[in-house]
Design a protein. Structure first.
Length: 217
């Protein structure tokens, strides 16, 4: 591999870390966060299809408001702000920092649905901003993954053959989109999820970034 492209949410950073913030507020915080995340992604698909782009921060806000209604929950505005700000302070998975350091001989970039503000704040908070040569957001083209135009952003930026680009994500739709585009794909399947039936499979399935490091040695 000449370059590595990383997804962010669920791949480098643990969305499940939001559960602890929700615990004092929600009767079932795990279900609430899972529902919020699912609706967040669903809205990205809808907005790409109907051509009504708003950035990922706005989508995350709309998904939060929906999920609160879904669970018949009313919380003060300051609590909503607190919940939204958890997306700016997610915890990286335990092996991420050392694994990125081990991969520093590759060009490493981020390609994410996240808005530029969300990504820069998150990376700075985690101290990972210097680990990447570039941070690419779908905000540039105003389409969300898995639209092929998103993966084209990375290809154009890197200027190498697509099969020489290793793509890492924890999200099945992202894996399928990147592989259909022609990248060499590593599915970081931390939870033992089942891949959707699209007739497309990743080049390798791993449980952590440490396994990617081992594969690329």
């Amino acid at each position: 591999m000449k370059a590595l492209v990383f997804d962010v949410y669920g791949t480098l950073f643990d969305v499940g870390s939001i559960v602890e913030v929700c615990r004092p507020i929600m009767p079932d915080p795990e279900a609430f966060v899972a529902g919020w995340r699912a609706k967040q992604l669903e809205y990205t698909f809808w907005r790409s299809l109907i051509g009504r782009y708003v950035d990922f921060w706005q989508i995350t806000t709309e998904a939060l408001l929906y999920t609160l209604k879904r669970y018949s929950l009313t919380i003060p505005e300051e609590r909503k702000t607190q919940l939204m700000e958890t997306w700016l302070r997610l915890q990286p998975f335990p092996e991420v920092k050392t694994a990125l350091a081990s991969l520093k001989h590759h060009t490493r970039i981020i390609l994410s649905n996240g808005s530029p503000m969300m990504l820069s704040t998150l990376l700075n908070h985690a101290g990972l901003q210097t680990e990447f040569d570039a941070v690419l957001s779908v905000d540039t083209i105003k389409l969300y993954k898995p639209a092929p135009q998103v993966y084209e952003l990375a290809l154009q930026h890197l200027g190498v053959a697509r099969e020489d680009i290793g793509f890492l994500s924890a999200n099945g739709f992202d894996i399928i989109g990147a592989k259909a585009f022609g990248f060499t794909v590593y599915w970081v399947n931390r939870t033992g999820a089942v891949l959707d039936e699209f007739g497309i499979a990743p080049d390798a399935t791993v449980r952590s970034l440490d396994e990617v490091v081992a594969l690329l040695r």
